[in-house]
Design a protein around this ligand. Structure first.
Ligand code: BGC
Length: 750
């Protein structure tokens, strides 16, 4: 029977009495329509709303239809057949007792059919507009398949390149991740969640998951509360404020309490401090995995911990379905906890407009890869690629370039250029570097040789052909890296080297003596220091998605100018990890003069630590490339850094400006970055923190004054009493093109 809103039955009247009580405890539960509905629900129906099941692919099994009719399913994930979804929704609306629609979830992480650069690459654009546009396209395509909800953005701070999931993150910085996360939420959800083409976002994985020990997925995380709040929770708070409608609790054990049973995270911080009104879904089986963690003895205990902590919906496993009723009967949990969870879920279903119209109309179905979507994906890919080296300005190649040898196992891999998490990505749409260069230059000017058939291959049989191609060419472009499956969930690496015999391939090809451009397609920062010595230019493209080839061709040929900047520090080798720009100073910070190199230590050297500083004997202290770094075909000069407000009071704005000049020969875009350091804190402060950035386009010879305004509240941090405070004192401020910016000035908060 379809439920009718506002129907004043006795049940509703009784219900309202109950609702008033609820409102006293939870003033945010104030939507009468939802409260009415909850009053009509049986306990089984409430528990049903809290259950998310996995999809079935196509034909709807009879038992599932019955479960929908019985109100036992609140959500389905991984079902993307729009006809099937429409039918499920029809059954839910028309045949279930209360007519509550189902919410359809899917991992739409960096595109749906049209694939955008991996999120780490998107973060390298430092362009929230581009990122938002990408999320919008992903939302529209997914929505046209019947999907209502994506499990994105993933905004875990990732300081460890070994961790496979760094690919789906926005890198190491809380501010950049916040800006990108908010852009993604805005793109997915749009201005109106109920509008066609809008889907619900899900901030994940709450929280601390990126700090997995050793960069090994699912591993323990130990993060002191101050660090948690100052670094790991920032991006989550930002997307919460931007209206992200759902959160996902993580797999990780955080300081001894698994995230999916963590009252501190889910109840104290998310609900009580931030007043989050959306709902929390567990990660896949993360409730029952609390047994394996050794946190609870069995599923019943797991369900109890999770519901008490504040997990509203259980993904994939069924501990709620099996035990919530028993837990209530035994008085171990209060039914009010369920009402709260169901309220949150129903509220989102209303906000999504699913009660009115959960269907995708025939003419709106399966709208994929429209020309404007592909164009948006190309622009994102262009801006995501980071130029790390360009000796003798070998790039851009001109149209008169002559013959190009295109070499490498990633040069023509339609699937592998898409990256991780592309369940629905259509590799037939991909345009590879080979295809794009052939189109631009003509087939006879591109000499293609894979060298290795895939990145992990150690079979050097193809080397000779690659070297021959290099000898016949005027310039060599090598596309190396990692296949998609080498990053992403559960795909971590202990080494950051190019896999297989790729290093040897570069060395062999270099012997041909031709200029080499190295293009790296990967899901993480790779330790390419040694091989970069053999090449003249390096363009780091991450996994660039569907339009990776055309984007690369435009950059190589100078149709576009690189403007990406690294969203994460690139280590020289995995041995330097964790390495991140916003570290603490230590009592013995390093500088070049105090670095003892392993090769310079005489035999029988007497042991002393005096004069020594915090570094590795064999790797020094600096990274391969710093956070925020990225070159352009043009050059930019920063000058006249000025702080207009050298002395401010608390709550005032700090105003700083710099003049940026394009001193090269190309029109270009620069990401102007502002960093600060709080010199003395009641807890020690990072040596630099990104606080703002602007993308600026300048013509050759053009210069522009760039002004930043930061409120002193943006300089706040959590002290040891866990109070968020801005402490008066002296601050250093830098503005420049990377975290190594050297133009520095100071200001004082009085
Ligand atoms: C991942 C989540 C993902 C979920 C659903 C889990 O394994 O950790 O990020 O959203 O699966 O596919």
């Amino acid at each position: 029977m379809k439920h009718l809103f506002g129907l004043l039955t006795i049940g509703v009247v009784l219900g309202l009495a109950g609702c008033l009580n609820q409102n006293e405890h939870n003033p945010w539960m104030n939507d009468k329509e939802i409260l009415d509905l909850i009053q009509q629900m049986t306990l089984e129906e409430k528990i049903g709303q809290m259950q998310q099941i996995n999809g079935f692919g196509g034909e709807i099994p009879e038992h599932l239809k019955q479960d929908v009719i019985d109100g036992k399913i609140g959500s389905i994930l991984n079902e993307v057949n729009v006809k099937t979804i429409n039918e499920i929704q029809r059954i839910a609306l028309e045949e279930s007792r209360l007519g509550i629609p189902v919410i359809i979830g899917r991992d739409v992480i960096h595109g749906f059919k049209t694939v955008f650069p991996i999120p780490l690459g998107q973060a390298a654009t430092w362009n929230p507009e581009v990122v938002k546009a990408g999320a919008r396209v992903a939302a529209k395509e997914a929505w046209s398949s019947g999907v209502n909800w994506t499990f994105a953005p993933m905004i875990d701070i990732s300081r460890d390149a070994r961790w496979g999931r760094i690919a789906e993150s926005c890198g190491e910085d809380p501010y950049l991740t916040s800006v990108m996360g908010v852009a993604m939420v805005e793109g997915f959800q749009g201005d109106d969640l109920s509008a066609d083409g809008s889907i619900l976002a899900c901030a994940k994985h709450f929280a601390g998951y990126g700090a997995a020990e050793g960069g090994r997925d699912y591993n323990t995380t130990l993060i002191p509360e101050g660090e948690l709040r100052n670094i790991y929770l920032k991006s989550f708070q930002a997307v919460e404020e931007a209206g992200a409608g759902s959160f996902m609790s993580g797999f990780n054990d955080l300081n001894g309490v698994p995230a999916s049973g963590n009252e501190f995270l889910l109840r104290k911080v998310l609900r009580n401090e931030w007043n989050f009104e959306g709902f929390v879904v567990s990660d896949w089986a993360s409730i029952t995995e609390m047994i394996t963690h050794g946190y609870v003895a069995d599923e019943k205990n797991a369900a109890e911990k999770a519901i008490k902590a504040g997990v509203d919906m259980e993904m994939a496993t069924t501990s709620y379905k099996t035990y919530l009723q028993e837990l209530i009967d035994e008085g171990r949990i209060d039914e009010e906890l369920l009402d709260e969870a169901v309220y949150r879920i129903l509220k989102i279903k209303f906000d999504l407009g699913l009660f009115n119209n959960p269907y995708v109309k025939e003419e709106d179905q399966n709208q994929f890869a429209l020309p404007e979507y592909l164009e948006t994906a190309k622009e994102a890919a262009i801006q995501s690629m980071v130029l790390l080296k360009n000796e003798k300005s070998i790039l851009p190649l001109t149209n008169e370039v002559g013959k190009v040898a295109l070499i490498g196992p990633m040069a023509n891999q339609k699937y592998e250029q898409l990256g991780t998490w592309i369940f629905d990505g259509d590799s037939d749409l991909s345009i590879t570097p080979l295809e794009a260069l052939q189109l631009e230059l003509g087939d006879n000017k591109v000499l293609f040789a894979e060298g290795l058939s895939y990145t992990r291959s150690k079979d050097k049989a193809g080397f000779a052909q690659a070297v021959t191609a290099a000898k016949q060419a005027d310039v060599v472009v090598m596309c190396l890296g990692e296949e998609s499956i080498l990053s992403g969930e559960a795909h971590c690496r202990a080494s950051l080297d190019l896999p297989g015999a790729q290093n040897e391939l570069i060395e062999e090809v270099a012997k041909a003596g031709k200029p080499i451009v190295l293009v790296v397609m990967a899901g993480r920062p790779l330790a390419i220091g040694a091989v970069s010595k053999h090449v003249d230019a390096v363009l780091y493209s991450f996994h660039p998605g569907t339009m990776g080839g055309p984007a690369l061709a435009e950059l190589l040929l100078g149709v576009s100018n690189p403007s990406g900047k690294l969203p994460v520090t690139f280590p020289k080798s995995a041995g330097q990890i964790p390495i991140y720009y916003n570290h603490k100073n230590t009592g013995r910070p390093v500088d070049k003069a105090s670095w003892t190199c392993i090769d310079d230590i005489p035999l029988n050297t007497f042991q002393t630590s005096l004069g020594n500083t915090s570094h590795y004997l064999d790797l020094g202290f600096d990274p391969l490339y710093p956070f925020g770094f990225g070159l352009s075909y043009t050059t930019f000069e920063y000058k006249d850094l000025k702080i207009e407000t050298p002395k401010v009071k608390l709550d005032d704005d700090v105003i700083a400006s710099v003049t940026l000049e394009n001193t090269g020969n190309f029109i270009g875009e620069e990401v102007v970055q502002l960093y600060v350091r709080d010199l003395v804190g009641s807890v020690t402060r990072p040596v630099k923190e990104l606080k703002a950035f602007q993308r600026v386009q300048l013509k050759p010879g053009e210069s522009k004054k760039i002004t930043f305004k930061i409120n002193t509240s943006e300089l706040a941090f959590f002290n040891n009493e866990m109070k968020e405070v801005t402490e008066p004192g002296e601050f250093h401020l830098w503005i420049g093109g990377s975290s190594n910016a050297d133009l520095q000035a100071s200001f004082i908060i009085e």
